[in-house]
Write a new protein. Sequence first.
Length: 192
Amino acid sequence: MSKPDLTLLLTAWRAGDRAAFDQLLSATYDELRRLARSHLRRERPGHTLSATGLVHEAWLNLVRQREPAFESRAHFFGAASHAMRRVLVGHARTRLAQKRRGERVALTAIEETLGVSSALHDLVALDVALEALAAVDPRLVRVVECRSFGGLTIVETAAALGVSHTTVSEDWRFARAWLHNALVGEPGGRAA
């Protein structure tokens, strides 16, 4: 049995086709779980959310959008990755609020790609830095999401964002440096 064309399903869903909505979940579920596992590998050991739980919470956030305007497969999975990050940030904020001492959430894999010491930062600080970076250029955040959270290569990120691989390479280099400066707080850096 061949896989359905996700772009056609997304278009039909946007037009209100309930059957397309059901097919979309079925057609993307395994890949969404892979993406969720990728996100969770970067979290602290013993995280209370499972890959299945993360997929379900992110899916609910995606379908709650008033007008799901996903233009392509890449756009959909980019939005899903972003929704998963938002779920994890919300989860971390709730957990930190419950623990007055603010237990750290380890992000070793992401911090390694950004060149930041894991002893310095948590998921909430990274989210704040990403929001500040979005004010500089939203595409930079999309590149970080694709590369760090989604595990995409430069070429895959370029295809997902509809830009050249040279643009992604330059954006990736700038975004990593910007976030490093913002998270480490180096005076005189571009993030200051």
